[in-house]
Design a protein around this ligand. Structure first.
Ligand code: AMP
Length: 220
């Protein structure tokens, strides 16, 4: 089973894909996490993408397609995976069938988590990340037990560079311009499950799961 989780930055792709991966026994592949890993490790790729990532711009299609192609060949993807943050452009969406064919996997459903821009802006203003272990918090929605300190490892929490207000606006604009067209494309293919992403996290998971189990996919 292969799922794609789509949604604007801050729509909840990360937390929903982790939960779905756990429930369905799939491997979660977050391209954002892979790229941040390269930056943290100072690899050649990390150095090349740092300015683009910090500005909230998309990294080049050929680079990200190569990264995903390699990742899905690993053993933990044999029985299926969830793509969180890929594809984000039409060129990436068009490269995906070739990548899947190499692994013998088939795309099952594209889940679009839909959240209005105003809600995204409110959510992103207050998102905190632990630079040491990657745990995420939010000053309003899921605050750490002690202000500014990671519950998991005790490190000082920071704001992700690309979560700063002006960068969030440009990430949203990029999402509407480059990524939204793919959602329409998958709608036309009959692979799309649209879910309202405003509200309780567990209720949103339940809506996705029941949609998947019922095989409900709405054309756009
Ligand atoms: P995310 O954690 O999914 O919000 O991604 C963080 C950043 O990583 C994005 O703003 C882009 O700079 C980069 N990125 C992640 N996935 C992709 C992708 N599929 N194509 C291009 N850039 C990506």
């Amino acid at each position: 089973m292969v799922l794609i989780l789509m949604g604007a930055p801050g729509a909840g792709k990360g937390s929903q894909s982790r939960e779905l991966a756990r429930r369905f026994g799939l491997t979660q592949i977050s391209t954002g996490d892979i790229l941040r890993g390269h930056m943290a490790d100072g690899t050649e790729i990390g150095v090349r993408i740092t300015d683009m990532m910090n500005a909230g711009e998309l990294v080049p299609d050929d680079l990200i397609v190569g990264i995903v192609r390699e990742r899905v060949r690993e053993g933990d993807c044999r029985d299926g995976f969830i793509l969180d943050g890929f594809p984000r452009t039409l060129a990436q969406a068009k490269a995906l069938p070739g990548i899947l064919a190499e692994t013998g996997n088939v795309l099952d459903t594209v889940i679009s988590i839909e959240v209005p821009d105003a809600v995204i802006l409110y959510r992103m203003n207050g998102r905190l990340v632990c630079p040491a272990c990657g745990a995420m918090f939010h000053v309003h929605y899921y605050p750490p037990r002690k202000a500014g300190v990671c519950d998991s490892c005790g490190s000082a929490l920071t704001l992700r560079e690309d979560d700063k207000a002006h960068t969030v606006l440009s990430r949203l604009a990029t999402y509407h311009e480059r990524t939204q067209p793919i959602i329409d494309y998958y709608g036309g293919e009959g692979l799309l499950l649209r879910v309202d992403g405003v509200g309780d996290k567990a209720a949103i998971t339940a809506e996705i799961v029941s949609g998947l189990e019922a095989g409900v996919k709405w054309p756009k």
